[in-house]
Write a protein that binds this ligand. Structure first.
Ligand code: ZN
Ligand code: ZN
Length: 389
């Protein structure tokens, strides 16, 4: 199956000539669940791993749900639970005198438990979790990737559980020469008990599509530029950020569709790193679907009307109705509260905001994980950033 992004409804390069030089091409990956082989590019599919190389494991300090069994361990865990409950009780009382000492104690207890865990579970599986493939890209499909000399396949595996500092999976990248892999090794199955189910991808075939992007709103070169775009947006049906500039979803290269503030990393030698890959929870959102949902997907998607409105007591809420249905503010009430009829706003959204047959990941709270690479350093150092709303 192929996927086609509809053409942009507005030609930004023509509208803002100063943007023309900032256009970049991204490769939308359009993953969809399907059997895929080690000889193909994929997201979440099997990788061409040499039989003589051990399957990679991550030995970071992973979250481990198994209870400690020593007397001291049990006492630390009991106290941690007590402190957590008290912190929860005080969560609404900002600046309560007890709060800061509780939070210090909480951190201390967590550290003590972690140290003790190392003793109690010295050979514990949580200390060596098998990694899982998240992506494999062959140079024949992605010539734009910075393949080092003699390499023609890029493999990205990640450790499928929380890691500091973003509580996200931790990826590692391998660049190989596929011709050097004569015997293919089998992957070690992920540890389902200790892995985070939301970080285990479904195997997906990909359908690379190159589209032109413009910088994210916050990556625009000046405030003056942002003001010009904001002025133009008034009265328009399209938003620069949601509909016109950066593609949502999983993609290679191009600009980043930041969920929060931009953070372009540098490598240790001070080179600005490139966007290697975005792994996204969602391929589009309830607003961005209008210009970024592929035509093929649009043809098989059901839509509904989302109606947002204010209630007489000032609360804002929403409901969804069928496309052919009419929302009557005069007769609609929520628990006896009337709708402020001037506040009603309707928009069309996909009926199902989950992406069934896609990567099946949840990165943070519907977030994205961005992977960066230094195209200058020969060992291609990487950097990772994970953002969610
Ligand atoms: Zn790990
Ligand atoms: Zn570098």
């Amino acid at each position: 199956m192929g996927f086609t992004t509809p053409g942009r409804p507005v030609d930004l390069g023509a509208l803002f000539p100063e943007l023309a030089g900032l256009a970049r091409t991204t490769v939308r990956l359009h993953p969809w669940q399907s059997a895929v082989t080690v000889r193909e590019s994929s997201l979440g599919g099997p990788v061409l791993w040499p039989a003589e190389e051990a399957w990679p494991v991550c030995s970071a300090d992973h979250p481990d749900p198994r209870p400690l069994t020593s007397t001291r361990g049990r006492e630390l865990q009991r106290r941690l639970k007590e402190v957590r409950a008290r912190m929860y009780e005080l969560s609404g009382a900002i600046g309560h005198p007890e709060s800061s000492s509780l939070s210090r104690e909480f951190t201390r207890l967590e550290t003590d438990i972690r140290v003790l865990r190392r003793t109690e579970f010295a050979d514990g599986p949580a200390m060596s979790l098998p990694m899982v493939p998240i992506a494999q890209f062959y140079a024949r499909d992605f010539p734009e990737l910075p393949f080092p000399e003699a390499a023609d396949v890029c493999q990205i595996l990640w450790c499928p559980t929380e890691h500091e500092p973003y509580y996200s999976p931790r990826p590692v990248v391998w660049w190989r020469d596929s011709a050097s892999v004569t015997a293919v090794g089998a992957a070690t199955e992920p540890d389902r008990a200790l892995s985070d189910e939301d970080s285990l991808p479904a195997a997906c075939r990909i359908s690379p599509e190159r589209v032109v992007e413009f910088p994210h709103w916050l990556d625009l070169p000046s405030d003056q530029m942002r003001e010009r775009v904001a002025e133009w947006e008034e009265g328009q049906d399209w938003s620069y950020g949601e509909h016109l500039s950066t593609a949502p979803g999983s993609k290679i290269g191009g600009w980043i569709n930041w969920v929060q503030d931009p953070r372009w990393p540098e490598c240790d030698r001070g080179h600005r790193m490139d966007h290697l890959l975005t792994v996204a929870t969602a391929e589009w959102g309830n607003t961005s679907w209008r210009t970024w949902m592929p035509l093929e997907e649009r043809a098989r998607t059901d839509f509904v009307k989302q109606v947002r409105f204010e209630l007489a007591d000032g609360c804002t809420t929403s409901t969804t109705i069928g496309l052919g249905e009419h929302f009557d503010a005069a007769i609609h009430t929520i628990q006896g509260r009337a709708v402020v009829s001037e506040s009603v706003q309707e928009s069309v959204i996909p009926a199902d905001s989950a992406h069934p047959d896609r990567l099946d990941l949840m990165i943070g709270d519907v977030g994205d994980l961005y992977l960066f690479v230094c195209p200058t350093c020969p060992d291609r150092p990487i950097s990772v950033e994970s953002q969610c709303s």
